[in-house]
Design a protein around this ligand. Structure first.
Ligand code: AMP
Ligand code: MN
Ligand code: MN
Ligand code: MN
Length: 279
């Protein structure tokens, strides 16, 4: 089963419309797809419509930004009810502050000699409330300051560098509650990317499961083989389900194509077999 359960459209920081993304997923051989935009359900109605038109099995999704201890985490929700008022309100609250933060990012970049970043980043945005660091990265690449988005995230927009502005996102408990109370399964996204000690990772995964979290993204474009093994092992010992997704953002930017990530290890339970996700 080629399941790709993590992707972005232009409703957050992806480049394609939900319809183009769904068409591309089918073209690339994806058998089960989820759209998981950052902190918004805005693209889901269109995605559901297109997926149903072309008969591509589809799960609703979202990727919620969370502040936990002093780390930013991403929690993916799969199979959520995109009409859930609690989820809609919670995400609206989470997105609030993105525009203010973007202004501060632009001020910080201006102090480092890079001017016009706010308007420059906004050029790449479809919904202003979803303005993200990715849009700033596109501006910095377009203007020739950096040669790729990944080099942007080494030099700018991250802690200790110009353009870094801390944010207070949702709490872990809020994100998991909004997802599960709307009928979905909460999955911890790309755990290998968090810069935390192994001891802290264990504490995080235990707290996540205690609060009702259902799965771990074991296979994702940013995980190497060691990380796949490590998080598959955690699924095995904890009983959590395992998810798989490309985290695709844009054809020219994403080094991994839709559906083109390794298979899940055979000894884990795929998240699409979770009772709450039965189609
Ligand atoms: P934000 O939610 O505004 O803080 O933006 C976070 C987004 O920036 C992520 O969803 C990624 O799309 C992007 N991002 C963060 N770190 C990197 C990186 N090292 N390389 C490429 N994209 C990144
Ligand atoms: Mn993103
Ligand atoms: Mn993420
Ligand atoms: Mn993502």
């Amino acid at each position: 089963m080629n399941a790709d359960l993590h992707s972005h459209s232009c409703f957050s920081d992806g480049a394609l419309t939900p319809s183009d993304l769904i068409l591309r997923a089918q073209e690339k051989g994806v058998d089960l797809f989820a759209l998981t935009d950052h902190d918004t359900l805005g693209g889901l109605a269109l995605a559901i419509e297109t997926a149903s038109d072309i008969r591509l099995p589809f799960l609703t999704g979202v990727e919620i930004s969370v502040s936990w201890q002093d780390t930013t985490l991403h929690i993916v929700g799969l199979g959520i009810d995109h009409k859930s008022q609690q989820l809609i309100d919670g995400l609206k609250k989470t997105r609030q502050g993105r525009i203010e933060r973007a202004k501060k990012i632009a001020e910080s970049l201006a102090s480092a000699g890079i001017t016009g970043a706010f308007d420059g980043a906004m050029q790449f945005v479809s919904d202003p409330q979803s303005i993200s660091r990715t849009h700033f990265a596109r501006f910095l690449v377009e203007t020739g300051v950096c040669d790729s988005t990944s080099s942007v995230f080494n030099r700018y927009l991250v802690r200790g560098r110009p353009g870094y502005v801390p944010m207070q996102w949702a709490s872990l408990e809020e994100a998991i509650t909004w997802i599960t109370q709307s009928g979905g399964v909460a999955v911890i996204a790309h755990p290998g990317r968090y810069k935390i000690l192994p001891k802290t990772m264990s504490a995080l995964l235990r707290e996540f499961q205690r609060l009702g979290g259902g799965g771990i993204e074991v296979v994702t474009s940013s995980h190497g083989d060691d990380q796949v093994r490590r998080f598959a092992h955690w699924c095995k010992i904890s009983g959590l389900y395992a998810s798989r997704g490309s985290d695709f953002h844009a054809p020219q930017e994403s080094h991994v194509e839709l559906g083109a990530v390794p298979d899940l290890p055979h000894h884990v339970k795929p998240v699409w077999e979770h009772p709450r996700l039965q189609l």
